[in-house]
Ligand binder design. Sequence first.
Ligand SMILES: O=C(O)CCC(=O)C(=O)O
Ligand SMILES: [Fe+2]
Length: 349
Amino acid sequence: MTTTFSSLPVVDVGPLGSPSGPSTEEATTLGQRLYEVFATTGFAYLTNVPLSFNHADVFQLSREFFALPEEEKMKLAKRSFRRDHHNTYRGYFPTQPELASDNLKEGFEMGPAQPIHTTSSVAPSSKFNLAEPNVWPDTSVFPSRAKLEKLYVELQTLASQLLSLLAVSLGKSADFFAPYLEDSLSTLRLLHYPAVSSAASGSGTAGSDEVKLSCTQHTDSGILTLLHQDSTGGLEVRNSSGEWVAAPYIPESLVVNIGDLMAKVSGGRFVATMHRVCAPELTSSAAAMTGQQNSKGRALGRISVPFFFEPGENCLVRSVDGDEGFVLYGEHVRAKMKTWVEFQDDEDN
Ligand SMILES: O=C(O)CCC(=O)C(=O)O
Ligand SMILES: [Fe+2]
């Protein structure tokens, strides 16, 4: 059950970075701590994360992508935005102000670098190919592909380490989630929420119901999310009293949260907590500059980089309690996609 928390807990995962891995005692303590936070807030900050990238590296990569000319980004647009493109699930989505002014964001999504050759046993003829290869800008305009691929691998490793601790905390063996790693379709998503002028951002203050949003309230659909957020602020998490609690920037931390499927897998022990993003405000000095870039050519607004740990399409997801109910991951994600603004268009799924 979500509780009436007023801030998010901080979990030091330093022991995961030790070359020989955490000691048995450290793993037990960490697993219990993670169990406790996922059973209450469903959200936490992780500090001392075992990544070779610091925040400056990650946000630089992301800003480099969003600073590309619109025309370069649109070369990577998903099929819903460019009918002549083949990519349906990976690639770029532009902002859609006409569709959803409270979901104003552009993004770029990538999956595993190595192509996955399984076909969906669920929806072989679906217009979304979850296992399709990534698409990339030309190296002459974006030389950082290898770095993003490396970040992806490191986040996947971290997610699998966390899952192993959670498995034990749920009374299962440490390799309980090994089948989830097979043909895993995890997504690394670069997000840019453009700044909105204060006139347009409404009169509501953060935490209130009238606040202007750039990402409407939702729970994440999958297993586990690891989020890099920049210092702009705006992320809010809802507690059990229905209050929106700010999740401000903590240098070098990652925000971690549970998705709907993991709540199910945990037999309802873990909570997938509702969250949203308030629109970043365009300050008057920034507004005086042209477009959405400051004098250094940086994109104005919030940058965040969520990593969604996702199993393979044919992974059987069921509760640790061994209840009858189960779902194939591909089936689950396709049902969810119908509700996501960046996948909506005028055709049927
Ligand atoms: O930008 C953020 O901080 C949150 C993004 C998010 O919740 C999502 O993409 O699911
Ligand atoms: Fe989310």
